[in-house]
Design a protein around this ligand. Sequence first.
Ligand code: SF4
Length: 338
Amino acid sequence: MSCWQNNFSRIYVEKSVRQHRLTENILARFPKAARIEIDNYKEVFARAGQNFPRQKNRLQLILAEEKGNLLYTGSENAQDFGYPNFYYNTLILNCLYNCDYCYLQGMYPSANMVVFVNLEDFFGAVQKAIVERPDPASPLYLPVSYDTDLLAFESIVPFCRQWIEFSRKETDLLIEIRTKSANFSVLKGLEPHSRAILAWTLSPEFVAGKYENGTPRTNQRIAAAKKALDKGWPVRLCFDPILRFPGWEGAYRQFFAEVFTALPADKIRDASVGVFRMNADYFKRIKKMRNDTDILHQPYEREGKIVSYAEKDRLELTGNICDMLKNYLPKEKIEIWT
Ligand code: SF4
């Protein structure tokens, strides 16, 4: 379930950002929360012996300053959409939603949410990277919502709004905001622009209901994407992770028919497709913790550092899904993770 409706009962604040404007704004939203000053967020976040699934039911918030990596080069598990200057950043650690297949469960020692409030430093790092980007003929491509869901958190911290405005001014920057949120109205008043892509992750209702805990229903996400399209935003659809389950072929066929009945295919900027995959170490950790979901207990195979379906199944899934999608979108608009 999504946890912030319960409010955060405790907010940990690093002393160095106690006076930061964003810290003040966030604290003002939760007047009843106990405030605990800390020196470094890792004292709380990286404590040994935490129980990720249990913490997910009662999230706490940590406000911190990112002193380390403000920008990462794109990961091999993610899609670069053909952009050579591919980076990402982590403005928030963890997510309000609780998808059974989420790799964050294996990546972080805690489910609590860390918000890095020193946005100005993240902007500075991106400006520097734009100047230094390896291929100056292409923009710097920056998904800002990879290890979290920024739009779901927007009513608490308006990061999407600020990144959209930042990218409006930085003409060599292309950002992607990926989400399962249906809360498009939180961006009210913002004019769309071509270098801020709003990307909705969509799954068949069966998958969303069974494995994507706390997220809005598929039809609500589609409705949000429709509103964004109507306003003129560049909209990306992410069909990721594609899952294999009994009757998957028929379920996905019907799902795409529903999606493209609701959304005008010719207005969609592009789409991404990726089958279930996960870093093998994270997968091992999560599997041990989660006996309550069948999605982690399928006959996956390990190839190098990645766990996914066996190659034959992977190719069958990807091939069929892409054939279905090509009924609606030209193949140049479909980015496939293989
Ligand atoms: S929405 Fe994404 S980041 Fe959030 S729990 Fe689900 S998979 Fe993880």
